[in-house]
Design a protein. Structure first.
Ligand SMILES: *Cc1c(COP(=O)(O)O)cnc(C)c1O
Length: 390
């Protein structure tokens, strides 16, 4: 039951304006719908935005993770360490390349990969460590990079939540502490292309492999051929890739969206500050910390940790009550190693991830997107309090 006169507030949504619509229409009227100039233009703009040399845009963030792991040469016998608290794709992509995901516990109050727990999960087989900048807040990249270096692994950042964030005064994606950074352009993320993602890197050889992976592992470049070319039709498949291409239509939208990124982030910051203020002093409701001296969040999600038991309600009841009052919420995330699939293929024990479990039990993501007004935020807090009986 929802009230038709009150607009429904989802937990996240895209911000699309007339400039975006015009950009897409222009792409549709152009000579290329895929693999054309709008893709290259978006990649150049994105690389500049994050301070990286190369950006390779693909069909989704999941495809970007898959491409990154493949380009790094990760395969059977290798381990990829991912946080227990993340979206499924961070781990799934390791399975796609034949590697084994290994889960590392997270801080119970931030949900971020913890360097202390990471130390217990790395070893001789670790090929990559994949920190996830949950909610838009960068992980402790310095500590993670130090750990990776010690065991001879690389760092690949899953920055699906963190386009526009910065760590130690440099943008996430600049590659100061990692070899590659993965982004997603799903509608709930900071900018959207409908579906889409990208890998950014400063490594030219990796960039080449990423481009090849996106296009079935093939090349048309004569200088790169392993065999003599019999004629102008010739192409070579040199590795196993995928159709991971993104369209010019999507990239035209992406470029137009990117123009507005700074404004989007600023509005998200204001919304987070308003929530913080209104929730301050309420016992049993702790906003996940959104500010830190060494990092600036991109405010992807507004996550709060609630003592549901203390309020005498279940999370399901609270979510249901909010939904009835026109407010959408979500839970980010169920610890990935507890998923039935991962219980079957890895030795899961809930006791191994007390941080992830503790974070998960209390987490609720409240509506957060640039078009949310101040009075929308006030309404969310009011209804949350009603649903908790305070
Ligand atoms: C969204 C997301 C992805 C996957 O991105 P898609 O574009 O949806 O495929 C990967 N990791 C994290 C942390 C995400 O939030």
């Amino acid at each position: 039951m929802t009230n038709d006169s009150i607009p429904f507030l989802p937990y996240g949504r895209q911000s699309v304006d007339e400039a975006d619509v015009a950009a897409v229409v222009e792409a549709l009227r152009s000579d290329y719908l895929t693999t054309g100039p709008a893709v290259a233009a978006f990649e150049a703009k994105l690389a500049r935005a994050v301070g990286a040399e190369h950006a390779i845009a693909v069909s989704s963030g999941t495809m970007a993770l898959h491409a990154a792991y493949a380009a790094a040469g990760i395969g059977p016998g290798d381990e990829v360490v991912v946080p227990a608290t993340t979206f499924l794709a961070t781990a799934n992509a390791a399975v796609y390349v034949g590697a084994s995901p290994v889960f590392s516990d997270v801080d119970p109050d931030t949900g971020l990969m913890s360097a202390v727990h990471l130390e217990r999960r790395v070893g001789k087989q670790t090929r990559a460590i994949v920190p996830v900048h949950l909610n838009g807040m960068p992980c402790d990249l310095q500590a993670i990079a130090t750990c990776a270096e010690r065991v001879g692994a690389i760092v690949i950042e899953d920055a699906a939540h963190a386009l526009g964030a910065s760590y130690r005064d440099r943008p996430v994606g600049c590659g100061a502490h990692s070899r590659m950074t993965v982004l997603s352009f799903h509608p709930v993320k900071h900018i959207t292309t409908g579906e889409g993602g990208a890998v950014v890197t400063n490594d030219e050889a990796l960039a080449k492999r990423l481009r090849q992976f996106r296009n079935h592992g093939m090349t048309h470049e004569a200088t790169a051929f392993e065999e003599p070319s019999p004629g102008p039709w010739y192409y070579e498949q040199q590795s196993l890739g995928h159709n991971g291409r993104i369209t010019d239509i999507q990239c035209a939208l992406g470029s137009s969206q990117l123009d507005k990124l700074a404004g989007f982030i600023e509005r998200r910051r204001q919304i987070a500050a308003r929530y913080d203020l209104q929730l301050a002093g309420l016992t049993g409701i702790e906003p996940v910390i959104g500010t830190r001296s060494d990092a600036v969040s991109a405010y992807h999600l507004y996550a709060v940790l609630i003592d549901f038991e203390g309020f005498g309600v279940t999370r399901a009841q609270v979510m249901q009550r909010l939904r009835e009052r026109g407010i959408g919420t979500q839970v980010h995330y169920i610890p990935v190693p507890s998923q039935p699939y991962y219980r079957r293929i890895t030795a899961y024990d809930a006791g191994d991830y007390p941080g992830a479990v503790r974070y998960y039990q209390r987490e609720l993501s409240l509506p957060m997107y640039p078009a949310l007004s101040d009075s929308d935020v006030d309404r969310v807090v009011r209804e949350l309090r009603v649903s908790l009986g305070i």
